[in-house]
Design a protein around this ligand. Structure first.
Ligand code: SF4
Ligand code: SF4
Ligand code: SF4
Length: 253
């Protein structure tokens, strides 16, 4: 049984990068695993030591050092697509957990840097390796055209400001992640409904076709029976042969 409220409190601490480094499919599943004591509190590299301490305080346990088997803490980066090299295959869009990539099939793709969580999940599927992770300030101006850049590098001198910024970014990422999950669920339901309709249509066609075949076979059998009955009632060729036999008998007398 899931402890929803505790999972929510834990999820509120997690950075919402949705990178899966913790070994779960997103921050929320990891939060649920911690709440159910199926996972340790030190498996989230983007949350770093600060995140571990916040989790430890919430759960009333001792903090643990970050388990580096899951990765190491590093400054937040954002994805940058080399738009000249992009072939528009859409593979990156399909894996982005917060829908931060825009583009259409066979058209150039670009990252909405303000929405990018820095999860790096788009790097692996790109067939032409035209995505790289960069510090936000390294982004080229051409990639920023028409794009609202919400993410600002936190001021490390002011922990409170940094925390507020991180919280805002995490809340936004969580909302976009949830919207994406809802969209995927709607698309899945749509696919299932279309498949069910197609299956129903195929079954109906098969039934109609089998009924038509049965009708054809029945008519064919009836016709054959009718022909057989007619042949028995008027055996034409036998009669003719019989008549010619009789004629030859008479002439021979
Ligand atoms: S940020 Fe990544 S590692 Fe941390 S909880 Fe979320 S998905 Fe897991
Ligand atoms: S653009 Fe790439 S790095 Fe950024 S959130 Fe999407 S998948 Fe992650
Ligand atoms: S995966 Fe790479 S090539 Fe394909 S659309 Fe994304 S950036 Fe372009």
């Amino acid at each position: 049984m899931k402890d929803i409220s505790l999972a929510e409190e834990i999820d509120a601490i997690l950075p919402q990068t949705q990178c899966r480094q913790c070994g779960f499919s997103g921050c929320r599943p990891y939060a649920e695993a911690i709440a159910e004591e199926r996972a340790q509190i030190n498996q989230c590299p983007p949350g770093g030591e600060d995140g571990i301490h916040q989790l430890a305080r919430l759960l009333g346990v001792e903090p643990l050092p970050l388990n580096t088997a899951h990765g190491v803490f590093k400054p937040k980066e954002v994805a940058l697509i080399d738009e000249q090299a992009c072939i528009g295959c859409t593979l990156c869009i399909q894996v982005c957990p917060v829908d931060a990539i825009v583009g259409a099939a066979r058209q150039m793709h670009t990252v909405i840097s303000g929405e990018c969580t820095g999860c790096s999940l788009c790097l692996e599927p790109c067939p032409v390796d035209c995505i790289q992770m960069v510090l936000p300030k390294e982004r080229s101006s051409s990639a920023e055209i028409g794009v609202h850049v919400a993410w600002t590098e936190p001021d490390h001198q002011d922990y409170a400001v940094e925390k507020v910024e991180k919280k805002k970014a995490a809340d936004r990422a969580r909302a976009r992640y949830q919207l994406r999950l809802q969209r995927l669920e709607r698309e899945k339901q749509g696919r299932e409904e279309r498949l069910a309709k197609r299956t129903e249509a195929t079954v109906t066609m098969a039934r109609l076709s089998s009924a038509a075949s049965l009708k054809k076979v029945t008519i064919q059998a009836a016709l054959e029976r009718a022909r057989g009955a007619k042949a028995q009632a008027s055996p034409g060729i036998s009669k003719k042969e019989d008549w010619s036999d009789r004629t030859s008998d008479i002439s021979s007398r």
